[in-house]
Design a protein around this ligand. Structure first.
Ligand code: SAH
Length: 343
């Protein structure tokens, strides 16, 4: 079993050129994953419901200053129809992700969450709608939202400043995560790997922050440049570094729900498989209507624009079977976690 006790060892694992050590790291990450989740990989139905955003993050293709972006938002009826077809396919988790779009007031979001939970009380609803006040988070929770994804992006305030304009802060992002956790959500933090200005020491700080926060989910994907952002000419993160961090995270948070991200699959045609073989256990296929998918472009060449939800699921099942895993469409809550019943 690989020794992963302290920061120095994390650093060695991030830097080592010894393939044997890395193989051992991945094998033991898989073992930990199997212990808690068997050979199941949970699939979540992702609904990208708006690409309007009031923020101006330097890395993100849907930042407000990107005039090229073709903006869209889905109506409640359109969102419900995504859920309906997802439910038919067997999905029991719906992830609503979007830019920070003022059109979706607390009232509208609450209404959307309630409508989904009324139609499908046995399904989990995950929100990923950015930074809000604690009161707003509480309202969505009371409406039935179960989980919340909010990557912290970087735990280091100086690095945070390189990635975001003045009006955003690392401190507020972390405050949001602590609020979400206290309210009772299953919480997801996470980072982009290889984002501009990121150092190995920053990654160590991220790992330390996540160890302290103990999130239920961690989203880790490579940074990929988008041509219409200030980071257009920056280089992308690597598959190698991403899978190392996935495997270390699996060791630090053994029961964590850890997606093999779309960004990883975009960077490498077998990226998601590599992620799973390094301890990831979640995939998030797209349930958004096909005609809007090509507009939710956080980065260039995003994977999967085009293939229909049912088709996408079939492909995923096959890919995972080939490496000895099985797609599960169950709610897939974090192992050992108490879950509210909803009626
Ligand atoms: N507005 C929501 C959703 C953001 S998009 C929020 O603030 O949480 C979801 C994630 O995509 C972001 O947290 C970021 O980590 C990732 N992302 C954005 N631009 C990216 C890029 N260029 N490359 C890779 N990942 C990116």
């Amino acid at each position: 079993m690989i020794d992963i006790g302290n920061k120095n060892q994390w650093k060695e694992l991030l830097l080592t050129k010894d393939e044997k050590i890395l193989e051992e790291l991945y094998a033991s990450a898989r073992e930990i994953q199997k212990e808690h989740y068997g050979n199941k990989i949970f699939a979540r139905g992702l609904i990208e419901f708006t690409n309007y955003c009031k923020n101006d993050c330097y890395y993100c293709g849907i930042r407000r200053s990107n005039r090229e972006a073709c903006r869209y938002r889905l109506t409640k009826e359109q969102i419900m129809s995504c859920c309906d077809s997802g439910y038919e396919l067997g999905f029991r988790t719906f992830v609503l992700q979007g830019g920070e779009d003022g059109f979706y007031t607390d009232e509208r979001l609450v209404d959307i969450v309630k409508t989904i939970k009324t139609a499908y009380p046995e399904c989990a609803v995950t929100l990923s709608v950015g930074e809000k006040s604690r009161e707003s988070y509480q309202k969505y929770y009371d409406a039935g939202a179960d989980r919340f994804l909010l990557r912290h992006e970087t735990a280091n305030p100086d690095h945070y400043r390189i990635l975001h304009p003045e009006e955003m802060s690392c401190e507020n992002r972390k405050r949001c995560l602590w609020d979400l956790k206290e309210i009772g959500y299953q919480v997801g933090a996470g980072i982009m790997v290889g984002s501009p200005g990121q150092t190995v020491d920053h990654i160590l700080e991220d790992l330390e922050f996540m160890k302290e926060l103990e999130p239920d989910m961690v989203g880790i994907g490579p940074f990929l440049p988008h041509h219409a952002t200030p980071f257009a000419n920056e280089s992308a993160g690597t598959v190698d570094m991403t899978v190392r961090i996935l495997a270390i995270t699996r060791h630090l948070l053994p029961k964590v729900l850890l997606p093999a991200t779309t960004a990883l699959g975009t960077l490498d045609p077998v990226g998601r498989e590599k992620g799973v073989l390094a301890g990831a256990n979640v995939v998030m296929p797209n349930l958004s209507p096909e005609n809007v998918r090509e507009n939710y472009l956080l980065y260039d060449n995003k994977l999967c624009t085009g293939s229909e939800a049912a088709e996408g699921l079939k492909i995923l099942r096959n890919t995972m079977e080939k490496i000895g895993y099985e797609i599960s469409l169950d709610r897939g809550d974090r192992a050992g976690r108490e879950v509210r019943t909803w009626h």
